[in-house]
Design a protein around this ligand. Structure first.
Ligand code: MN
Length: 726
């Protein structure tokens, strides 16, 4: 067995010697021996020594033409994951770069996948690429996966399906994005084999059948194209191939066709020296074979997003067999086959292609660096790949894509504004972190929330990175302010109504409200209050606009109520008692109702109580208004009036609301004292930005009370003054 491994290593070494004779073979052998000793005793499922896997992975990496460090890292790629070796051990022996690459591959290996919707898959792919930081990590990971897929037959059926799905959804698309067609195709075909074996076999056998039918087709067509182009003075290479199985499978699925109905199974590549010759060659091919209309695509002028360039055309070949021809330069060919890895493999030729269309984001990198030294190139890739994005996990394994430097606050708002607004802390990878913590690729982020959270802080706006979070936090503040605005607006509107002898209840009646809001041009009462609150509408102007309508409605209602209710019982006039004359009753017991505390000057009404004489209420007392519509009580109300020249004092209560400010309560008590009115009781409370004072006073009459009310109304910040129950 040991001898077998040594032989495998020597094969690998001679393979590297062919493509990279200047490699450090001494260091490479040390890496192999180190890995071999670490994996000693471990075997793969097929029974072979474990080291054969890293060795095969390194061989794939060597095919891509990567540098020494990549080859050594590929040999060591499972050491940290599967043996007791650490980053520090690898660094001591093979340097920081190799250790970082091995560490990167290990991190990717540890990412857990769950099958998700396509958008999640795209984020997962981006996250893997971002986590890799160094493109070599991704390339080694892809090589690792390719070898695992090639040897998947030894795994359990569950494992085969799981890994195949992952390969199809994650690794093949990444290979495609990096422009590595060959590896992408192989990954797809291997995955398809395990995911839909029946279809795979059917296509494979179908292709073999076609090949028998069309024996010699490839060689014949290749020769015809080559000779025709050479006659036209166009030097070229021509390669024919059958399209890969998964691409045929996908076409069958998408177009709902059987294998027999799929015609374009053959593809020919024509590789020439320059772009000018590409178009030249296209003309010659259209001379040779009839083109199929609508099948021509120029990816040279407009490259695919992954940088792919070629001219595609479909033609009818010999024997009426349709075929696709792809025309490209050598440079484009290397790029299409090896993608980003082509940089290492063909770096010597790079000066030649300056100015030509290249793999888009790599071209940007190259433009920013005059010297396309591989070391510098790698450095640039390390910093440039998704440098402006960060990908993190929710505790459930969903990937969230955020701007680089994003904080847990950005994450919380990325989940939902309600999560952000009730956030009270964050846990990253199991540890509590401050709000300003910068998230790293692959972090698992959990947001702590509480219903009693006071909402976002304005300071958050200084540390967050995503415009989304910024908008949501601003919206929250606007909305919060809106509530303050509504509160203030309503209070001043109500106060203005009272100055016009109207109440908020009059305004809020169904028959008034809709019409009034329409007239004022606000969709809801809250919008209207909010507008008054922030000063967009004056309460006075608003009341002026709608006063008549409200008054008419109130009058109509009063008339209706009057006609429905019996009038107070007319009684003959009697003598005054306690300053009140009760019509038709002499010397009856009179007391003043505590609910509305009438004072001389107020309009009053009497209620004949059961055994306690007449209780005197104000004409606008809510209890009176309620009671008179009660048929059992309505007949007990009688007319009363104030006797003249009375010198008694009466108790009255006031409620004063004003915008919270220092000294406001003192101003209220000073106003009371200034009129020499005695205050018998006072309480104050605060509700948001509004302070309410409630007080009970001893006054001679309603004039005295009116004087106090007008003084209070002139106080700074006064919102509303209202007579209340005691
Ligand atoms: Mn591996």
């Amino acid at each position: 067995m040991e001898q077998n491994v040594t032989r495998l290593y020597e094969e690998f070494e001679s393979q590297v010697r062919l493509s990279n004779p200047a490699a450090d073979f001494e260091r490479m052998r040390r890496a192999f021996e180190f890995a071999d000793s670490l994996h000693a005793g471990q075997t793969r499922r097929d029974g072979s020594p474990y080291i054969t896997h890293p060795l095969a992975t390194a061989a794939i990496v060597a095919e891509l033409g990567l540098d020494d460090d990549s080859l050594i890292a590929a040999l060591l790629h499972d050491c940290i994951e599967d043996t007791a070796t650490t980053h520090a051990d690898v660094e001591k022996l093979f340097g920081r770069d190799v250790a970082d690459i091995v560490d990167g591959v290990t991190k990717l290996t540890r990412v857990q996948y769950t099958s998700k919707e396509e958008e999640q898959m795209e984020n997962l792919r981006k996250m893997l690429m971002a986590m890799a930081r160094d493109i070599r990590v991704i390339l080694i990971k892809i090589a690792d996966r390719l070898h695992n897929m090639r040897t998947m037959e030894y795994q359990t059926p569950e494992k085969q399906r799981e890994k195949s799905r992952e390969t199809m959804e994650i690794y093949a698309p990444i290979a495609h994005r990096l422009g590595m067609q060959r590896i992408k195709w192989e990954l797809e075909d291997l995955s398809l084999y395990f995911l839909d074996t029946v279809a795979y076999q059917e296509i494979k056998q179908g292709l073999e059948g076609r090949e028998r039918e069309n024996a010699g087709f490839f060689r014949r067509t290749e020769n015809r194209i080559r000779e025709h182009l050479r006659d036209g003075n166009c030097e070229c290479e021509v390669y024919g191939r059958v399209k890969h199985i998964y691409s045929i499978y996908r076409k069958m699925m998408a177009q709902n066709k059987t294998f027999q109905e799929i015609l374009d199974l053959y593809a020919f590549r024509v590789v020439v020296d320059s772009i000018a010759e590409c178009f030249h060659a296209l003309g010659h091919i259209h001379e040779l074979f009839n083109p199929i209309p609508g099948k021509f695509k120029d990816y040279i002028t407009l490259p695919k997003p992954n940088g792919y360039q070629s001219i595609h055309t479909s033609v009818i070949g010999d024997g009426g067999i349709p075929l696709e021809v792809q025309i490209r330069t050598w440079e484009m060919h290397q790029q299409a086959e090896y993608g980003v890895a082509a940089h290492w493999k063909y770096k010597r030729g790079l000066e030649r292609v300056e100015g030509e269309e290249k793999f888009a984001w790599i071209r940007r990198l190259l433009e920013s660096q005059q010297e396309s030294d591989p070391q510098e190139f790698v450095q640039a890739l390390k910093t440039d790949m998704f440098a402006d994005e960060v990908f993190v996990f929710t505790p459930k394994g969903d990937v969230v894509n955020l701007p680089a430097g994003a904080t847990p606050i950005d994450f919380a708002y990325g989940i939902h504004s309600a999560v952000g607004n009730s956030m009270t802390g964050a846990i990253v990878n199991g540890r509590i972190v401050p709000y300003s913590h910068a998230l790293q690729n692959g972090d698992i982020v959990e947001v702590l929330t509480s219903k009693s959270s006071k909402g976002p802080s304005r300071d958050w706006l200084n540390i967050i990175k995503s415009p989304e979070a910024r908008n949501k936090i601003r919206q929250w503040f606007k909305k919060e302010k809106r509530e303050e605005n509504i509160l203030h607006g309503r209070v001043s509107f109500e106060s203005e109504l009272r100055r016009n002898n109207l109440t908020l209840a009059d305004f809020l009646r169904d028959d008034v409200l809709t019409k009034a809001l329409k007239k004022l041009a606000y969709p809801t009462a809250d919008d209207f209050y909010a507008a008054i609150g922030y000063g967009g509408m004056s309460a006075q102007k608003a009341v002026n606009k709608i006063r008549d309508d409200i008054q008419i409605a109130v009058k109509t209602r009063k008339t209706e109520e009057k006609s429905e209710l019996p009038a107070p019982r007319p009684v003959p006039r009697g003598k005054p008692v306690s300053g009140v004359v009760v019509e038709g009753l002499d010397n009856c017991l009179v007391k003043f109702a505590r609910c509305c505390t009438p004072v001389p000057g107020d309009s009053i009404i009497g209620f004949i109580t059961r055994g306690y004489g007449v209780s005197v209420h104000r004409g606008d007392c809510q209890n009176y208004i309620k009671s008179r519509s009660n048929p059992e009580e309505s007949g007990r109300w009688i007319s009363v009036e104030w006797a003249n020249g009375e010198s008694d004092v009466f108790s009255a209560s006031l409620s004063v609301a004003f915008i919270r400010r220092a000294g406001a309560i003192l101003d209220v008590t000073n106003a009371v004292a200034g009129l020499k009115i005695r205050m018998t009781q006072m309480s104050a409370r605060e509700d948001g930005n509004v302070t309410s004072v409630h007080m009970t006073l001893s006054v001679k009459n309603s004039d005295e009370l009116g004087a106090l009310i007008s003084r209070l109304q002139n106080l700074e910040g006064a919102l509303e003054i209202r007579r209340t129950e005691a």
